[in-house]
Design a protein around this ligand. Structure first.
Ligand SMILES: Cc1cc2nc3c(=O)[nH]c(=O)nc-3n(C[C@H](O)[C@H](O)[C@H](O)COP(=O)(O)OP(=O)(O)OC[C@H]3O[C@@H](n4cnc5c(N)ncnc54)[C@H](O)[C@@H]3O)c2cc1C
Length: 423
């Protein structure tokens, strides 16, 4: 094939003989595969859709740091856009509201919105992956070890085999190994991220019942490297996590000993402390650079199109997976075609500046110990409480909340007034 021919292949929509390789079968990769299959069927074409996945989801034995909170409108996205039933059968807990804690104050947030749902993340991954297989997506249970771009395709090397593809979709999350390979070969640069330490305790049925169905979120100024911490109730246990740019296991130890965290946790906590296992994970906080080019596109965490604050990463992974599939089927696999993919993700990208501003304001307020008084105001002001609910739950876009209520202006005024009063 000549270079001219190859370019024309890549700018056309997906065809019968095309081979698309998806690297990673998490929520982004599986939903992209499902959507590609469904759209190809509607068009009457039969491209090969191949997913490489290193983990054996069906064993459900590996640990995923993700807390497994499925936030609205994920059920609508799955049912309406992915045409795949929401997995109600794996839900362990309905999260009905939130407690947010500053150093000396707390705010209860509940009521007006749809609940979120907690599940075991391994079960969610397995569910979507099986749905992709049912659609006829080919699955190769191996890690991709390298790729080579040429004028007429992309050679994908793995622990098991190698395949020449027309395009590759990067759905590998924040995996450093494969990200480095793309960074070597393309302008792709992994997104900036926050680290997170996660652990869990099984305090027993009685303590779980007493803990209830609220997620507890902490913004502690006494731990400067911890941006936030959380306790999430699951079926038979509590998941705990702390997040920050430089967070480490020692900070989780300190978090567990904060008086407000102790108060929220069951009385029998000390019995579990010596045998806690810690895991480390990462959240993207900004979009990746070079997230697409000729014959490649990034989706999910690899694209970093998450909300910079309260990520709702599973939702973003599925939305970007769906948008990339629509783009490939309708416009093709060239760099020009993928520009439309990024535009079609505007519901995520347009929210990023608002989320960034809000994150900055919250970190600043926490750092200067101003949240105590802001929470006190929020107890009296319904609109400010609603804004906090949206910040913590991530249920409304930051842009919409800003435009609808104008209370972020109130929030920022509060912060800056409080900062000024300190000097
Ligand atoms: C501590 C923590 C808690 C979180 N809690 C929540 C939450 O409650 N709710 C929520 O919505 N989001 C949460 N997130 C975010 C969420 O986990 C991610 O946004 C989401 O998993 C992104 O999906 P993905 O498909 O892009 O990537 P991933 O889920 O990371 O999937 C990537 C897949 O690619 C595979 N892979 C990687 N490299 C290769 C390779 N070379 N070859 C083959 N396969 C490969 C991996 O095995 C993996 O299965 C949390 C994140 C963290 C760190």
């Amino acid at each position: 094939m000549t270079e001219k021919e190859s370019v024309s292949t890549s700018t056309n929509p997906l065809k019968n003989n095309h081979v698309v390789v998806i690297i990673g079968g998490g929520p982004a990769g599986s939903s992209c595969a499902i959507k590609l299959k469904k759209l190809a069927l509607q068009k009457g074409i039969k491209p090969r859709i191949i997913v490489y996945e290193g983990k054996r989801f069906e064993k459900k034995s590996y640990y995923n740091q993700c807390l497994g909170v499925l936030s609205p409108p994920l059920n609508k996205i799955m049912e309406e856009e992915l045409e795949t039933p929401f997995p109600w059968h794996i839900i362990q807990k309905r999260i009905n509201g939130y407690y947010v804690y500053s150093d000396k104050n707390s705010l209860k947030l509940s009521g007006e919105h749809e609940p979120s749902y907690a599940c075991r993340r391994v079960e969610f991954d397995n569910y979507l992956f099986e749905k992709a297989k049912e659609m006829g997506v080919e699955v190769i249970p191996a890690r991709v070890t390298d790729i080579d771009f040429s004028t007429d395709g992309v050679m994908v090397f793995s622990e098991s085999n190698n395949i020449k593809a027309d395009a590759v979709i990067g759905a590998f999350g924040l995996d450093d190994g494969i990200a480095k390979i793309f960074e070597r070969l393309t302008p792709y640069r992994q997104p900036k991220f926050l680290s997170s330490i996660v652990t869990k305790i099984h305090p027993g049925h009685k303590a779980m019942a007493e803990f209830g169905d609220y997620l507890h979120a902490f913004l502690p100024s006494s731990l400067p490297d911890v941006e936030f911490g959380a306790i999430t109730p699951k079926g038979n246990h509590l998941s705990l996590n702390v997040a920050g740019k430089k967070v480490n296991a020692e900070m989780m130890d300190k978090f567990l000993n904060l008086p407000r965290v102790r108060e929220a946790l069951p009385d029998n906590l000390d019995a579990f402390l010596p045998c806690l296992y810690y895991f480390k994970g990462k959240f993207p906080t900004l979009p990746a650079r070079g997230a697409y080019g000729d014959r490649y596109v990034m989706i999910g965490d690899a694209a970093g199109l998450n909300r910079p604050f309260k990520g709702k990463g599973i939702n973003s992974a599925i939305i970007t997976g769906i948008r990339a599939a629509e783009n490939i089927v309708n416009h093709g696999i060239s760099e020009d075609a993928f520009k439309k993919y990024l535009k079609s993700c505007s519901e995520l990208t347009e929210d990023i500046p608002y989320g960034k501003t809000l994150r900055y304001l919250t970190i600043t307020a926490s750092k200067y110990g101003l949240l105590d008084s802001i929470f006190e105001t929020a107890k009296k002001e319904k609109a400010l409480r609603r804004a906090f609910f949206n910040i913590v739950s991530g249920q409304e876009t930051y842009k919409k909340t800003w435009q609808e209520t104008k209370n972020f202006k109130l929030f920022s005024r509060l912060v800056f007034k409080a900062i000024a009063s300190k000097f």
